[in-house]
Design a protein around this ligand. Structure first.
Ligand code: 5GP
Ligand code: MN
Length: 319
């Protein structure tokens, strides 16, 4: 059931114990939204736990509260956590790993993905917002709460990372105003961007290797990096690699294929016009018109052929 922002604020304000979560393979929006909302709710005297079923990249240690994020560890847990609400941020319920299984609580979903499947008992969805963190910004106001520097840093990071630091087409005047206001609470954009962009020496070397795999296809309208299992395993973090492909002259669709296991490949796509969420949706994934992803349970060679063909078809159809 879709609910309003006011109803969302009321439900959160009325709960005493809340568990917050966000999607696996967490990005700045997932982590920033969960930590920012966590700070607000704790400030209201509530009992809050934050679970994400994945490793949290070290770059996010710049965010206050980074250390409170827990893994569900379903196997070793004796009983479920009883809470008033399980708040799922920045994804539909299919990408939260084991968190749903360890919490006994009504689910409350807050998201900005147009592909949200709407299976939550209650959903606040605003696909016009650039980031879930932008919704958090509105929600905090709706709840009548004040920002602190800690809250502002988390929310700002979510907005900044999902808009490519205010460069993508999802950036609106609302985005800029929200960011400006968050700066009034002590956010230093250079501190956040330096932390987010920091890469280890090995990752930069890995980027050079990944770049060797670049291929253009569909008459140069698409290009991709195709990392086989060995190369994927050797690079700790591929954040930002796809942006190097996206900038190529004439390229509308950029793709990054990573082979995680023998028959498990991850696809990331970016576009300048084509609806890549539609392509990802066709494989059980999702995202936004210009940034989307999916998982392909097939060999590296099959996955490469499959995604190249799907992109080719979509470019031909011009959707
Ligand atoms: P990225 O390529 O950065 O992993 O993801 C781009 C966008 O697509 C993000 O908004 C992300 O949440 C979404 N996305 C990526 N992979 C998946 C997926 O497997 N399923 C769904 N529903 N969304 C995805
Ligand atoms: Mn997001």
């Amino acid at each position: 059931m879709n609910i309003s922002l006011a109803e969302t604020a009321k439900a959160l304000s009325g709960a005493r114990k809340l568990v917050l979560t966000a999607h696996v393979n967490p990005d700045g929006d997932a982590i920033g939204s969960a930590l920012g909302l966590g700070h607000v709710l704790r400030g209201m005297g509530k009992d809050v736990q934050v679970f994400i079923d994945d490793d949290i990249p070290a770059i996010f240690s710049v965010l206050p509260g980074y250390e409170v994020i827990e893994r569900p560890e379903k196997e070793t847990r004796e009983e479920k956590i009883k809470a008033d609400l399980l708040v799922v941020l920045d994804t539909s319920l299919d990408r939260i790993g084991d968190v749903g299984d360890i919490v006994d609580a009504p689910v409350f979903n807050i998201d900005h993905h147009v592909t949200n499947k709407g299976e939550a008992e209650r959903l606040y969805l605003d696909s016009n917002r650039a980031a879930t963190a932008e919704i958090m910004y509105e929600l905090i106001k709706e709840m009548g709460q004040d920002f602190t520097q800690d809250i502002a840093m988390c929310i700002y990071t979510g907005i900044a990372t999902d808009t490519g630091f205010f460069r993508y087409s999802n950036t609106t005047p609302f985005t800029m105003r929200a960011a400006a206001e968050l700066m009034e609470y002590g956010v230093k954009p250079n501190i956040i961007s330096e932390a987010m962009e920091q890469k280890s020496y090995d990752v930069v070397k890995g980027m050079a290797e990944a770049m060797q795999t670049i291929e253009r296809f569909c008459d140069g309208k698409a290009a991709g990096l195709f990392l086989d299992q060995a190369l994927t395993a050797s690079i700790e973090n591929t954040e930002g690699f796809i942006d190097m492909v996206r900038v190529i002259e004439g390229v509308d669709v950029a793709v990054l294929l990573k082979c995680k296991e023998e028959r498990l490949c991850r696809v990331s796509m970016r576009s300048k016009g084509l609806d890549v969420a539609k392509i990802a949706d066709g494989f059980g994934g999702g995202g936004h018109v210009r940034a989307a992803g999916c998982t392909l349970e097939m060999s590296f060679a099959e996955a490469k052929k499959t995604i190249m063909e799907a992109i080719g078809k979509a470019l031909e159809a011009g959707i």
